[in-house]
Design a protein around this ligand. Structure first.
Ligand SMILES: C[S@@+](CC[C@H](N)C(=O)[O-])C[C@H]1O[C@@H](n2cnc3c(N)ncnc32)[C@H](O)[C@@H]1O
Length: 590
């Protein structure tokens, strides 16, 4: 109905305001309908934190929302009134930006970045791109939501932009497996591989075009927010194949530290600006020998060290180290082993990651953690470097390598679980054994612990922890036992009393490895785990925070949050909302 009304109004508006201004007004009114539609559709929902309507696209997908809400269209201050205000403010801000800069006209073209035929070779000084990453966001499918309305409200002005039924999906540089299933004839695995190959091809074609149009001294800047190391591999591979030399990565803080999504997964908190220049033609082959590896490691460490001094978090230090390290690799058209076998950029990234993990371990050791067992140092590194409970196999492998343990040993040690490519850290609750061990059961032999009767206990069972175990294998087990005692006694004074008894019984002193590991874990806690009164999967962090002072006379860091502005009713967070592992893969960009 709103579209019909707008179409009826068109001749009147154009007649009274003239063609140019009239069409401009109609254009903004078309946006108003889009804005209103975004807040008034089946997937719009209620936001209890602001007492308002959340738009369909508060997430990058058409995900199911359990609480549906719609905006009354004709209330003063909401509905269309609000949408008009919102669009006008945005327009004014954008117009101001244009006014503030040089008022020269700019040309805007629509088309795939794989073909920039309208730009001459070597004619551009700077190319700045913000490309899609793989299957992160299906932009054109999301854009369809608006396309169908814009076609009806603006289609008369640019019929050629609206000639297709929905948005143009075929030239989109994304991984969308469903588009490669060949009507279900291709198995999912093959379709996935085909979808990735398609994405990589389009990205390489795009960067090849960027190289063509750039001047020889021109700069390509690529904006990239990542979490997966694999994402970097794809990006670097496309850039290097298209003839670019990567010269720097600049992380720029863009994401909220307090986002639940950030805490759950090992998302970087920055957008990384990656700087690349044209690699001179005929750069030949380089060899992935000890010298190149040492240079990659040196570059990575130096970059991470600089970013740490600049106040970036450990995940960003790691990510920010990739660019300078990969420069070494990207100087050549091709990198090989002495045997002639080609070496992928993944090997160089692994080398850089490993160097940064080793560097962190050295820093941890400098804090007096050298005597903590590998299990404890691994857990600490995961929280410290990755800042999350869930990560990829490859990342776990690198961190494990840094502490001298492989991933299978870590699974065997009852610290993490592995499912496909996904590694999950176990919480203190996951690690709790039902029964304490009998004193005689903890006599470990080369082949595991033995019971009084001579029967061997199941290894997995022994590797769990009970707060009343007679002794503990590692400092991490001890920290977990203390957290369990505290939590099971209901926290507070009784929790402190119960844990003090255990500390006395075990003889853990203020300078023991248990005390030092606990303090380090508390320091590494991601912001989402520090919140008081909010249930999460890892309550041990708050327990340790409470225990440091009374048990070991270590002053805990200040975890009080700056007071947030209050909007309307406060709804308590639900159990499992924080660091729950129920959600599937989500977008990690933007
Ligand atoms: C990360 S987003 C950029 C968002 C943008 N910086 C902004 O703030 O709106 C990536 C964009 O690349 C676009 N895209 C996908 N395939 C493309 C192609 N072949 N050529 C040009 N753009 C493409 C997507 O539609 C999406 O808008």
């Amino acid at each position: 109905m709103l579209v019909e009304e707008l179409r009826k109004l068109r001749p009147q508006i154009v007649e009274s305001e003239g063609e140019d201004l009239g069409e401009g007004i109609l254009h903004l009114l078309a946006f108003v309908l889009d804005k209103f539609g975004n807040h008034n559709a089946m997937l719009a929902s209620w936001d209890p934190t602001t007492n308002g309507i959340r738009s369909v696209f508060d997430r990058h997908g058409y995900s199911f929302k359990p609480a549906w809400a719609e905006m009354a269209p004709c209330n003063s201050g909401s509905g269309l009134d609000w949408a008009i205000d919102n669009v006008l403010t945005a327009y004014e801000e954008i117009a101001k930006l244009c006014k503030d800069s040089q008022p020269e006209s700019v040309e805007i073209t629509l088309g795939s970045a794989t073909n920039l035929a309208h730009l001459a070779d070597g004619s551009v000084t700077a190319v700045v791109v913000d490309p899609p990453y793989a299957d992160n966001v299906q932009y054109s499918e999301l854009a369809d939501f608006f396309y169908v309305w814009l076609k009806r409200t603006q289609g008369h002005r640019r019929p050629e932009w609206f000639s297709t039924y929905l948005c143009e999906h075929d030239e989109e540089a994304v991984v969308n497996v469903s588009r490669h299933r060949d009507n279900g004839r291709l198995p999912a695995g093959e379709a996935r591989a085909a979808a990735h190959a398609f994405y990589q091809k389009l990205m390489t074609e795009t960067f090849t075009e960027c190289r063509r149009i750039l001047r020889d001294d021109g700069v390509l800047t690529v904006m990239f927010t990542h979490k997966k190391q694999q994402a970097w591999e794809h990006l670097f591979t496309s850039l290097i194949r298209s003839g670019f030399l990567i010269t720097a990565t600049w992380p720029v803080k863009t994401e909220s530290e307090h986002s639940l999504h950030q805490a759950r997964k090992n998302a970087a908190q920055s957008t990384v600006l990656l700087v690349a220049r044209k690699r001179p033609a005929g750069s030949g082959a380089g060899y992935f020998n000890a010298e190149m590896q040492a240079e990659i490691r040196e570059r990575a460490r130096a970059a991470a060290d600089r970013l740490q001094r600049e106040g970036l978090n450990p995940v960003d230090q790691l990510v920010g180290s990739f660019g300078p390290a990969i420069e070494v690799y990207s100087r050549y058209d091709e990198v090989r082993l002495d045997t002639g076998e080609p070496v992928g950029v993944d090997r160089a990234i692994d080398e850089a990651s490993d160097a940064v993990s080793q560097w962190r371990i050295e820093q941890l050791a400098a804090r007096g953690l050298a005597d903590v067992e590998p299990e404890g140092r691994f857990a600490l590194l995961c929280w410290d470097v990755l800042g999350a409970a869930e990560f990829r196999f490859n990342e776990a492998k690198l961190l494990g390598h840094a502490v001298g343990m492989d991933v299978d040993t870590l699974v065997g040690a009852g610290l993490v679980t592995k499912s496909g490519d996904k590694i999950q850290m176990l919480s203190v609750k996951d690690r709790r054994r039902k029964q304490p061990l009998e004193p005689a059961e903890v006599i470990e032999t080369m082949f595991g612990p033995v019971t009084k009767s001579g029967k061997r206990k199941r290894k997995g069972d022994v590797l769990m922890v009970h707060p009343n175990d007679p002794q503990f294998r590692t400092a991490l087990d001890a920290c977990h036992a203390l957290a369990l005692r505290y939590l099971e006694a209901g926290g507070g004074k009784s929790g402190i009393g119960s844990t003090k008894a255990l500390v006395r019984q075990q003889g853990w002193k203020n300078e023991s490895s248990v005390a030092r590991l606990m303090a380090a874990l508390v320091e590494a806690a991601p912001p989402a785990l520090r919140k008081e009164g909010v249930k999460n999967r890892f309550p041990e962090f708050r327990a340790w925070h409470e225990l440091l002072e009374p048990l070991f006379e270590i002053a805990p860091p200040d975890w009080t949050e700056p007071a947030a502005p209050q909007f309307g009713l406060a709804f308590p967070a639900q159990e499992g909302e924080l660091l729950s592992d129920e959600e599937g893969e989500e977008e990690e960009e933007e």
